[in-house]
Unconditional design. Structure first.
Lengths: 146, 321
């Protein structure tokens, strides 16, 4: 299940892309979910653990991936228990956050109201300890904190 | 700094082109649209100049700032466009806002956070998008688009008007609404708009707020608009701008200013444009029967001819009260 803490969170990693650059493992890049996320968000193809083919930039290393995709991979693979600032992710990452949270308990920090789309979901808002089921409910609560 | 500045940043693969015309510009939007790449290119050009292989074309210096020495660097940077990437957590501090408020620099800030200490305009919140190839090259052309549309296509006739303002602007709209049997409520500040709008869900509401500084509120207000089709936002620069635009004061000089305010508004002296329009209106009406005071509306603005002129500006924005 996805849990979100809205607003300033003292111990959260504020800039996950930098954290990713210094902690990622090669096998994160070639994992099937990462391959899919990189294709969808960055419009790029994973060639190998150290090479991604970008439609705009040509061949690039993992460190040149978008901040959004790097943050998604931390959500999926980081096992330190750290909470990451998901405001490094655009709305085009929202569906992937929900997907990752389908298979694990994921806690994220948000400093803006992310658009999780028109579908139903279960997201626990840690500020109030309530579960919201759609964007209308989420926006009403989140607006009090960010 | 004042004026509109065209910025071109390019290498052999990318061509960014946009204009900056206010002290604060925000870039946000989807991931993987080239925001960080833009910052990296400006940084490389800043460090290596033409030998970086990057071209930055602008009539003022463009530079990036990051890291713990940001205050030191900012205090020694003048008449420049300063770009900040989202890694800089200091952007939401009061200390940073204080520096921006008296700065002769323009700031372009990449962030999805709502920076409540900074009064940025709804019109200066942009996303980046690829718009095909640049001319006959292989470069991808990257330009800005407005995240929030400020034009209302269909006329809006609200039952309830909520003003951000509690002073002259609220006095004006309260008087007009009373005549029409409608309700006007003051939010007593933009930070109260969200809660008030939430409470009024289901009613035909129009929020009238200063577009020049409403930027930080837009994320949560826009979500309310999405869930409530009866809620509309009318976001002119400010109430004083509406009066100036109506033509009842000023003349050619004011018309010239309103046509391109950026050439007249010095960032060092005006944290946001609505403060400039307030000063301009006070100056323009000094000693006249239309003498303007922010604290309480001069009743002359409610005289039929003046009132109609002011309301016609709203009508151009498709708001009918």
């Amino acid at each position: 299940m996805l849990s979100i803490y809205f607003g300033d969170m003292k111990d959260a990693i504020y800039h996950p892309p930098t954290y990713f650059d210094n902690t990622y493992e090669d096998n994160w890049i070639t994992d099937p979910l990462s391959v899919e996320m990189i294709k969808d968000v960055d419009k790029s193809e994973v060639v190998g653990p150290n090479l991604i083919q970008s439609t705009v930039l040509g061949p690039i290393p993992p460190k040149a991936l978008s901040g959004g995709v790097k943050t998604l991979m931390l959500f999926k693979f980081d096992e330190t228990g750290k909470v990451f600032n998901a405001s490094a992710c655009g709305n085009n990452c929202a569906k992937w956050i929900l997907k990752i949270a389908d298979s694990k308990d994921l806690t994220i920090n948000l400093r803006h109201i992310m658009d999780f789309g028109n579908g139903d979901f279960n997201i626990k808002i840690l500020n109030t300890d309530i579960v919201v089921k759609n964007m209308c409910e989420l926006a009403d609560v989140a607006g009090e904190y960010v | 700094m004042r004026g509109k500045h065209r910025v071109v940043v390019q290498n052999n693969k990318l061509h960014y082109e946009f204009e900056i015309k206010r002290n604060i510009t925000i870039i946000q939007g989807d991931s993987a649209t080239g925001k960080t790449t833009l910052i990296e290119m400006i940084t490389q050009f800043q460090n290596l100049g033409a030998s970086s292989g990057i071209e930055v074309i602008c009539d003022v210096p463009c530079r990036t700032i990051s890291g713990i020495d940001w205050k030191l660097i900012l205090n020694n940077t003048h008449d420049s466009i300063v770009f900040l990437d989202e890694e800089n957590s200091f952007i939401n501090t009061k200390e940073f806002a204080d520096i921006v408020s008296g700065s002769d620099n323009y700031f372009v800030i990449i962030t999805r956070e709502n920076l409540y200490s900074l009064p940025y305009s709804v019109e200066e919140i942009y996303g980046l998008r690829a718009s095909g190839k640049y001319q006959n090259t292989n470069r991808i052309y990257q330009d800005f688009y407005n995240i929030y549309s400020t034009t209302q296509e269909n006329p809006v006739e609200p039952e309830v008007v909520i003003t951000e303002d509690s002073k002259s602007g609220c006095d004006f709209f309260t008087a007009v609404c009373e005549e029409k049997g409608k309700k006007c409520i003051s939010a007593d500040g933009k930070s109260n708009l969200f809660r008030l709008v939430k409470e009024k869900e289901g009613e035909e509401i129009c929020v009238i707020a200063d577009g020049a500084a409403i930027g930080p509120e837009m994320n949560r207000l826009y979500e309310q608009v999405r869930k409530n089709p009866k809620l509309k936002l009318y976001l002119p620069e400010s109430f004083e701008w509406i009066i100036l635009k109506s033509g009842i004061v000023g003349g050619k000089k004011v018309d010239d200013i309103l046509a391109h305010p950026e050439d007249f508004i010095e960032s060092q002296f005006f944290f946001s444009w609505e403060r400039y329009f307030e000063k301009l209106l006070i100056e323009q009406t000094e000693g006249m029967y239309l003498q303007y005071k922010k604290a309480k509306l001069n009743a002359a603005y409610l005289h039929d001819k003046n009132k109609r002129a002011i309301l016609s500006v709203l009508g151009e924005g498709n708001l009918i009260i």
